[in-house]
Ligand binder design. Structure first.
Ligand SMILES: [Zn+2]
Length: 251
């Protein structure tokens, strides 16, 4: 490994730790659930190991696996859910990061046999679009990847029936933001339907928003694509995490 490859791996380990802890604080990875991965190169993935709290994980805990899910480096074990990640990477060469977690409201949709196929808020069109529901598969088996395959190419996030959510993108930040956005969209959908007068957007309005999206994409693309070399902490949503905490995590 040359010096540049070494520096990239170190930075990606820090990013995996940062976004693992962030997911944990959002309540998306109770216990030891959830896993995150990034491409190291064409043949290798760097990912969170099995059996560790995402709130306590360290950069040194990450493992390296090949595209068949075999451990190449690291002192911990590869997650049994790696086939979910590999299914995305194999079908989407544009994707460099995959996040899987169990955000409670989105997972409740998945446990009720519902996808997020209705477009209620403009933000959905601007970001992840609709989120389909992959049919039931036992976690940790090859069935999970098979159930996702019909949706991987046309979507950036997929609900897994009676399980959780997987999202992916060009960087870890991109995949993470899609994860938290889907949970937000699920919360809005749940409450709108509880209010009893949900008003989905029609085709014309969706097309108008898609036209506006081109400008939006241009504005954020620089931030999304420059990771891991740029400090992305300034994009932190103002939740329960202080900026000081995020900065200290990068240390
Ligand atoms: Zn899971």
């Amino acid at each position: 490994m040359n010096e540049i490859e070494c520096r990239i791996e170190v930075e990606l380990r820090r990013e995996l730790k940062k976004f693992s802890r962030w997911l944990s604080r959002l309540g998306f990875t109770p216990g030891t659930s959830g896993n995150l991965s990034v491409r190291l190169d064409a043949d290798r993935l760097l990912l969170t190991p099995t059996g560790l709290s995402k709130g306590l994980i360290k950069a040194a805990d990450m493992v390296i696996a090949d595209m068949d899910g075999r451990l190449l480096a690291g002192t911990r074990r590869v997650t049994s859910e790696i086939s979910m990640h590999i299914a995305v990477y194999r079908q989407r060469p544009d994707v460099n990061a995959v996040v899987h977690s169990h955000p409670p409201v989105a997972t409740a949709y998945a446990c009720s046999g519902r996808g997020l196929n209705e477009v209620l808020c403009q933000e959905a069109v601007m970001t992840v679009g609709t989120v389909p529901l992959a049919s039931y598969a036992t976690t940790g088996t090859a069935e999970v990847a098979a159930s996702m395959l019909p949706f991987v190419s046309g979507h950036d996030a997929i609900l897994l029936e009676n399980h959780g959510l997987v999202s992916y993108g060009q960087t870890l930040l991109d995949a993470f933001m899609k994860m938290e956005t889907v949970e937000h969209i699920a919360q809005v959908a749940l409450i709108a339907h509880q209010l009893g007068s949900a008003r989905p957007l029609g085709r014309d309005r969706i097309q108008q928003i898609q036209s506006a999206k081109a400008k939006y994409i241009h504005n954020i693309q620089e931030e999304l694509l420059c990771s891991p070399w740029k400090d992305v902490g300034t994009l932190a949503p103002d939740r329960n995490v202080s900026e000081e905490t995020l900065v200290s995590e990068m240390a």
